[in-house]
Ligand binder design. Structure first.
Ligand code: FAD
Length: 284
């Protein structure tokens, strides 16, 4: 099923994310985690794409597995900046062959050595190129602005280019203060971006994760969140419980305020997905 049709129903949706293994020997454990999450029957599940494209086959295989065995709609991520046009179209052909109808079209991060392929510079180019295919296309957005952007206004103008290029929905980078999302929604609607926005929520379940998040994306950590980490960060079980509770509260607040589509960065952790799902069973 196409995600745009799922979102068009206007009912609350919860979706989860898995990432593919880096090596063949880990494939089975990732597949097992994906299967456990799929058994919850979320609205859809996304499968990320290794930055260089080297693990693209795993993305396709896991996405197909979710759909064929569990009848859960998959969303396959696809990055372009480190790939040739030929490679991108090879992956698209594989997705078509496995009847995967949803693609999250991304640029991908610029590698540390700055070496990229020459065919694509921005995600908008990829979206423009594939919009004639029979696909539902999503794109990424950044309520706090993308790290490379001069400012949020410029980032929103580039987001508009992606939407005008033909994307059907946008999924946000994680945020820990819902007011950041509400403000972002106001600003993008004002600029004429009217496609559905899926709010991305990251349950932070260990201290190391927070350091990585801040280094990679510069995400703002509200004092309420910092207090949780200060108090529970050194107790892994307590941190996990508190992190799941924090994410669940964020989701409830979003749903209560009319943000119907929420995507959980569940990071191959079925127990985290299950605990969030269970806490929302009557709400959804
Ligand atoms: P773009 O939309 O191309 O934007 C990149 C930067 O360029 C932004 O600063 C933008 O403002 C600027 N820009 C855009 N167009 C122009 C223009 N015409 N002129 C000047 N500047 C411009 N990475 C992975 O490797 N694999 C994944 O599976 C993956 N999944 C993700 C899922 C989500 C929901 C999100 C939010 C991110 C994901 N990422 C993933 C990370 C993503 O690849 C990086 O954030 C990357 O740096 C930007 O990708 P993008 O598609 O947003 O790029």
């Amino acid at each position: 099923m196409k995600i745009r049709d799922i979102l068009a129903k206007g009912t609350p949706t919860l979706s989860f994310e898995v990432f593919p293994p880096k090596t063949e020997d880990k494939f089975e454990s990732v597949e097992k985690a994906a299967a456990q999450i799929a058994k919850l029957k979320p609205a859809f599940m996304s499968v990320t794409y290794g930055a260089g494209g080297g693990t693209s086959q795993y993305t396709v295989d896991i996405a197909a597995h979710i759909q064929e065995r569990y009848q859960v709609t998959p969303l396959a991520h696809l990055t372009c900046v480190s790939s040739s046009r030929e490679k991108v179209h090879q992956v698209l052909a594989q997705l078509k062959e496995r009847k995967i109808e949803n693609v999250l079209a991304l640029r991908g991060d610029i590698p540390a050595d700055g070496k990229v392929e020459k065919d694509y510079r921005y995600a908008a180019q990829l979206i423009r190129e594939i919009k004639e295919e029979d696909l539902c296309i999503g794109a990424a957005c950044y309520p706090e602005g993308h790290v490379e952007s001069e400012n949020k206004s410029e980032d929103i103008l580039h987001l508009k280019e992606k939407v005008d290029a033909g994307c059907d929905f946008i999924t946000t980078q994680m945020f820990f203060d819902n007011n950041i999302l509400y403000n972002f929604l106001y600003r993008i609607r004002e600029k004429g971006i009217t496609v559905p926005v899926i709010a991305g929520i990251m349950p932070v379940t260990n201290k190391a994760q927070i350091k990585r998040i801040c280094q990679m994306s510069g995400t703002y950590l509200p004092s309420r969140f910092k207090a949780v980490v200060d108090r529970f960060g050194d107790d892994p079980k307590a941190m996990k419980q508190a992190g799941i509770a924090y994410a669940t509260e964020q989701i409830i607040d979003l749903l209560a305020n009319g943000v119907n589509a929420v995507h959980v960065y569940s990071m191959n952790k079925p127990d985290v997905a299950e605990r969030i799902w269970d806490s929302l069973s009557d709400i959804l």
